[in-house]
Design a protein around this ligand. Structure first.
Ligand code: AMP
Length: 221
């Protein structure tokens, strides 16, 4: 079981979610995906879900105070000894500041931030071909890693679907949002000496190898 505390940063479709799940399984880390949490809240029609829905569906960012509140509440619920991977949060400088502040109070500072770098053409290609299990969230790709039975999850048997916001017109908004609001976080974290850059255009196994090396080096400190 690993105790490291990480953030995965990168544009939509860069493989953060897939790698967060793989590494979390392998090192017994808790994966916390802000997108998954918001989609669950929307499905359950909670107050947060109702507030977030129009933002998520149009590819815009949910207000900072809403998402920071949700994610910090999730972090406070973890056992003190748990390591975690934050996937998709923070996405703006104010969110990063709220996270720093929340983790300072808990006495559990971040140890590393991985930046998944991928160009826009590759992102569009990946996102428009990706699918996700509607229940257990296992990711698929219709070209490279389709489910064994069309549209049925290999793991849990639930329907495999395309996310509403993975349609091309919404993806273009999400990419623009990322470049304007989230990309500045690389500087925020590099000045704090936390940033590890990863070329996300390679096969998942190669990326996983690099990430495992980062985790092992952080554990060895
Ligand atoms: P994702 O699954 O990470 O691509 O997130 C899907 C959508 O959820 C985003 O396009 C945003 O609308 C919303 N979202 C997820 N994480 C955040 C965040 N940290 N801040 C604001 N909105 C978010």
């Amino acid at each position: 079981m690993s105790l490291v505390r990480l953030v995965f940063l990168g544009p939509p479709g860069s493989g953060k979610g897939t790698q967060a799940r793989r590494l979390a399984d392998r090192f017994a880390l808790v994966p916390l995906s802000s997108g998954d949490i918001l989609r669950d809240e929307i499905r359950a029609e909670t107050t947060i879900g109702k507030h977030a829905q129009s933002f998520v569906e149009s590819g815009r960012l949910v207000p900072d105070d809403v998402i920071s509140g949700v994610m910090l509440a999730g972090l406070r619920r973890l056992p003190r000894s748990a390591g975690f991977i934050l996937d998709g949060f923070p996405r703006t400088v104010p969110q990063a500041e709220a996270l720093d502040q929340g983790l300072r109070v808990l006495g559990l500072p971040l140890e590393g931030v991985v930046d998944f770098a991928l160009d826009d053409a590759a992102i569009l290609e990946r996102i428009t071909t990706r699918r996700i299990c509607s229940a257990c969230k296992t990711p698929y790709n219709v070209r490279f890693s389709p489910p064994r039975k069309p549209d049925v999850c290999d793991r849990c048997g639930a329907p495999v679907v395309q996310r509403e916001d993975d349609r091309e017109e919404v993806v273009l908004t999400r990419l623009d949002t990322y470049r304007r609001q989230t990309a500045p976080l690389t500087e925020y974290y590099s000045t704090r000496g936390l940033l590890y850059a990863i070329d996300a255009g390679r096969p998942p196994e190669a990326i996983e190898r690099d990430l495992a090396a980062v985790i092992l080096s952080l554990e060895a400190r």
